[in-house]
Design a binder for this molecule. Structure first.
Ligand code: COA
Length: 184
């Protein structure tokens, strides 16, 4: 194998393929209700207002992704935004995969596809997300992303329990994972 072929092979292994029956797409406003349903059914995510998912699909579609089945229906999504004061940092807000599609590498493929898409437009260097302690699937998703891309992960508590309102049912702390520096 030549050096160029080796580089190509290692670049390929850094990206997870989508399951063959699904495809990645940019969300549209008409997907907002389905994203809200997937978030609700996850029973893990903080469920935000249905309005916020519609708004997200309008205003942050460029930094979000949806996975569609053969009928075009959403079966997973990632919502994110570029931090206004850190223009090379993507904050991943929510990731969810319909229960019927879990364990097929879909979340990993969505994260790879989304960050590759954003890299071209924003010179992406860092991915941030927050994870509540004990969410092993989410932790594995992001640690394995960092491993695939050969970059370190820094962790610190971003929001402590006491910072959430009392009425929020005793919210767990949110731990910030900062992944980078990435190169594409
Ligand atoms: C977290 C979630 C998005 C993962 O979706 P998925 O498509 O099943 O994940 P993938 O198949 O792409 O797996 C990604 C990695 O996580 C690991 N993983 C996935 N589910 C796991 C589980 N239940 N336990 C341990 N590891 C798990 C996989 O093994 C894989 O790691 P690897 O690359 O080292 O093999 C999905 O479980 C989900 O929607 N959960 C509810 C919502 C949620 O908690 N979202 C995250 C917080 S924002």
């Amino acid at each position: 194998m030549t050096a160029a072929q080796a580089d190509l092979a290692s670049a390929r292994t850094a990206f997870r393929e989508m399951p063959g029956d699904l495809r990645l797409d940019t969300p549209e406003v008409t997907d907002g209700a389905a994203l809200w349903r997937i978030a609700r059914d996850s029973k893990t995510l903080d469920l935000n207002s249905s309005y916020s998912y519609l708004l997200w699909c309008r205003d942050f579609a460029g930094t979000s992704v949806v996975a569609r089945d053969a009928q075009g229906d959403p079966v997973g999504f990632i919502t994110g935004y570029i931090r206004p004061e850190r223009p090379h940092t993507l904050l991943v807000w929510q990731v969810a995969v319909d229960e019927s599609q879990r364990g097929r590498g879909l979340a990993a493929a969505m994260l790879d596809g989304l960050t590759a898409r954003i890299a071209g437009a924003h010179g992406l260097r860092t991915v941030e997300t927050t994870i509540t302690p004990g969410n092993t699937p989410s932790e594995r998703l992001f640690l394995s992303y960092a491993e695939r891309h050969g970059v370190p992960v820094e962790r610190e508590v971003l929001f402590h329990t006491e910072q959430f309102p009392d009425g929020d049912g005793g919210h767990d702390p949110e731990v910030l994972y900062r992944i980078g520096p990435l190169s594409f």
